[in-house]
Design a protein around this ligand. Structure first.
Ligand code: C5P
Length: 228
């Protein structure tokens, strides 16, 4: 089995950025599991399926025609040939993802598929339940968190850069509502795996967090760089 590093945590904690940098550093594959839930929410919308219509959502999840391709600004997400990168990253994409992700039937449908991403030389898996449920035997589990205010502020800046029309108090409220929905659901709730190392990034820069994660990788002897 390929070595696995799991980076879990709430939205806006910096998991995506850190996971990408760690994967790049090690020359490993990357699984952005949030993108899978996001694209599922978008696919439901485009098929006029309500996010709470469990059998219909499961049917879409079973044959989701999604592809992830490297683009100039990170991964491009293609749904049946249509580029849905912007839609999956929008606030409605976030709401759809967390609405479909509450259903245990949907999560178990996506479980085996997520596990197929584990391949040599290794996988960095970014999500909510990577360490607790999807890859319980992972070599390293990091739970990356930050205060809701710091996370809302980071998201605010990101959306401003993309010229999206945003309002900070509404964003903070959305983040808190999503945290509550992700933490209080019965299926794979957002919580650190028992053996996860918790890193609070509220007062840390991306470089600080990366340094901490790479130190853990090296400590555990899984930091053998495979690319130049
Ligand atoms: O990580 P990201 O913000 O893209 O995730 C979007 C939503 O997908 C989360 O709010 C969460 O509800 C859901 N999700 C999940 N389990 C994962 C990854 C994401 O439930 N492993």
């Amino acid at each position: 089995m390929a070595p696995i590093i799991c980076i879990d945590g709430p939205s806006g904690a910096g998991k995506g950025t850190i996971s990408q940098l760690v994967a790049q550093y090690l020359g490993w594959h990357l699984l952005d599991s949030g993108a899978i839930y996001r694209v599922l929410g978008v696919a439901c919308l485009s098929n006029s399926v309500a996010w709470d219509d469990i059998p219909a959502v499961v049917a879409i999840a079973q044959t989701l025609p999604v592809r992830f391709e490297p683009g100039t600004e990170g991964m491009r997400v293609l749904l049946g040939g249509t580029d849905v990168t912007q839609a999956v990253r929008s606030e409605s994409g976030s709401r759809g993802a967390s609405a479909v992700a509450v259903h245990p039937e949907v999560r178990s449908t996506l479980l085996d598929w997520q596990r197929t991403f584990a391949a040599d030389p290794g996988l960095v898996a970014d999500g909510r339940d990577m360490g607790s449920t999807v890859f319980p035997a992972a070599e390293l589990k990091v739970f990356l968190t930050a205060s809701a205010e710091a996370r809302a502020e980071r998201r605010f800046q990101q959306l401003l850069e993309r010229d999206e029309n945003v309002n900070f108090p509404r964003l903070l409220e959305d983040i808190k509502a999503r945290d509550a929905r992700d933490s209080e659901r019965d299926a794979s709730p957002l919580c650190p795996a028992e053996d996860a190392i918790i890193i609070d990034s509220t007062l840390l820069s991306v470089d600080d967090v990366l340094e901490k994660v790479l130190a853990l990788v090296a400590q555990r002897g899984i930091g053998k760089r495979t690319t130049g």
